[in-house]
Design a protein around this ligand. Structure first.
Ligand code: GN1
Ligand code: MG
Length: 546
């Protein structure tokens, strides 16, 4: 079969590329103001079709979302057949296609990608696509569909879904009818899988007070409600707030996981009742953080690091109680942004790996453990069970009634956890299950360790590509001399740690600092930010960086 150049050219004419904009497929795919993205979406449709053809017609996923970004932004992420992020070797092709200047050069670039990757055009492509609640999704999804149609692709329209639901669908569609079948490839199938697993784990336990969930006024709101109908309120008392998806400008505004984590405070106008549990999703429901207030009204965050500790400890206990601790080892994967206190706490009990920022790095590293727990501090993460571990768990015969109970809980956990990607709904159920089993309040969970005071700041620089890191982004190799200056600043501070890296999603450099006290952590962050700004900054130096 040959390439229908005319189909591409004429469809492309309806999706002209804006001038003076360069697109880059980064850590989180393409992300920009929605008004600039029509041509990019069209071209992503083409790329997904090519990727599917390259992978013998397996289904590829496209998710239209800009996650925690403001409502006027949008974006798109591609999902590979196993439900994981697009392989990084193809990101360059996404960028090339998005930047082709004319309809003709787009056709030429398509040809170039086909040649470079050895795509067989005779293979029929199949793609499933979905979107979040942003008003711009409607027309952007139409552009995606035009791109898919230009390559005569089989299409599955998943409609309004959370990002992790789309990842789940991709994996289900590609494993249907095989021994690795991941589940029924529908959103209802997703709800039933999670609800059945949660019921197994929660039935017969003494219920905890209701959990209040801030849905960021995003897709998590309708999807959580759909799930609650399936699981029933008896086992899972939840109060949903910030759950409006119809009011313009409300998405992620003063609420959501990113707001709560970066501002270290509750969503605006949510009064925290002391000692009660709260959680916040982000705009596409792939992240979650928990929090509570103490008797003095002081806010306490239970972020991705705290979730990782809670989950790793629980799974290790289950594995031991089931009599599997000789064959199944648990490991944890973090990034440099993990609080030093969490790393210290975890290292006492499990192997801990540190990898560069971005879920794909964590996911990949977690695959090398029997059970790999990975979380970014911002609340994005999940647990992966290796294929061998899954067979061990399913074949094991327990030696006592208590081992048998632990084993059936472990088996239910495997189904409860969305192993394709971090998932706010699935992670919420995981945390709720553990708190239910432990009968812990959020304060008891929080007791494992106390976070070191820390500060994350942005520095605007003229050229962030000058910043080159090593050692899982904990050291700066370039620009020369900067690391030595950071080392000097850190050495002067009790319990100090600081690192600098270029953001993969924003045009800035991030400075992270932690230290023994709030004041010294803030001071260290400012000192290191100044070191960067002095030589490489853009614009006047701010008096303080936060
Ligand atoms: C410090 C921080 O939170 N960085 C975030 C942010 O990446 P940056 O490369 O730092 O811009 O966005 C990523 C995608 O959502 C997320 O994976 C990551 O954790
Ligand atoms: Mg997100």
């Amino acid at each position: 079969m040959s390439l229908n150049e005319q189909a591409i050219r004429s469809a492309s004419a309806n999706h002209p590329r804006p001038h003076n904009t360069t697109f880059a497929y980064g850590t989180a795919g393409f992300r920009a103001n929605a008004d600039t993205l029509d041509s990019t979406m069209f071209r992503v449709g083409i790329l997904a079709a090519l990727r599917s053809k390259k992978l013998a017609g397996q289904t590829i996923g496209i998710m239209v979302t800009a996650s925690h970004n403001p409502e006027q932004d949008n974006g798109v992420k591609l999902v590979d057949p196993h439900g994981e992020m697009l392989h990084s070797s193809w990101e360059q092709y996404a960028t090339l296609l998005a930047n082709a200047v004319s309809d003709d050069s787009l056709v030429a670039t398509v040809r170039q990608v086909i040649q470079a990757t050895g795509v067989d055009l005779a293979v029929k492509a199949k793609v499933v696509f979905g979107h979040d609640t942003r008003p711009s999704c409607r027309s952007l999804v139409r552009a995606v569909v035009d791109g898919l149609a230009a390559l005569d692709t089989d299409q599955v329209n998943a409609g309004l879904v959370t990002t992790p639901q789309l990842h789940y669908l991709v994996r289900c569609l590609n494993t249907e009818g095989t021994p690795e079948a991941y589940g029924e490839p529908t959103v209802d199938g997703y709800y039933r899988k999670l609800a059945t697993a949660y019921s197994t784990l929660a039935t017969g336990r003494h219920l905890l007070p209701a959990l209040t969930v801030d849905c960021a006024n995003g897709v998590g709101a309708p999807k959580l409600k759909e799930f609650l109908k399936v699981v029933g309120n008896d086992l899972l008392p939840i109060i949903a707030v910030r759950d409006s998806t119809t009011q313009a400008g409300h998405l992620n505004f003063d609420c959501g996981a990113d707001y709560v984590k970066t501002q270290q405070r509750a969503p605006r106008n949510v009064e925290l009742v002391p000692w009660q549990r709260y959680a916040s999703f982000d705009g596409d429901a792939d992240r979650i953080v928990f929090y509570y207030a103490d008797a003095d009204g002081v806010f306490h965050l239970l972020d991705g690091d705290k979730i990782a500790g809670l989950v790793a400890g629980f799974i290790m206990d289950l594995v031991k109680d089931a009599g599997l601790d000789d064959s199944v080892k648990v490991g944890v994967v973090q990034t440099a942004y993990a609080n030093g206190a969490s790393t210290k706490y975890l290292t006492e009990g499990v192997p801990v790996t540190c990898v560069p920022t971005g879920v794909k790095h964590l996911h990949h590293a977690a695959e090398s453990y029997d059970v790999g727990v990975y979380f970014e501090a911002n609340g994005h993460g999940t647990v992966l069970f290796s294929p061998l571990t899954l067979s061990t768990i399913s074949a094991h015969s327990p030696s006592s009634p208590s081992a048998s109970a632990a084993l059936s809980n472990l088996r239910a956990l495997v189904d409860l956890i969305n192993q394709t990607v971090g998932d706010a709904i699935s992670d919420m159920l995981l945390v709720e299950t553990i708190l239910l089993h432990r009968q812990w309040s959020p304060a008891q969970w929080d007791r494992a360790y106390s976070d070191y005071p820390n500060r994350l700041v942005k520095v605007l620089v003229a050229d962030r590509t000058q910043f080159v890191t090593s050692d899982a982004e904990r050291r700066l190799d370039k620009p020369e001399g900067v690391q030595a200056a950071i080392d000097d600043a850190v050495a002067k501070v009790d319990g100090g740690r600081s690192f600098v890296r270029p953001s993969g999603t924003e045009d800035c450099v991030r400075v992270y600092a932690e230290a023994a006290t709030r004041d010294t952590a803030d001071e260290l962050a400012n000192t290191v930010a100044r070191i960067v700004h002095d030589k490489f900054g853009k614009g006047p130096q701010p008096a303080s960086f936060f």
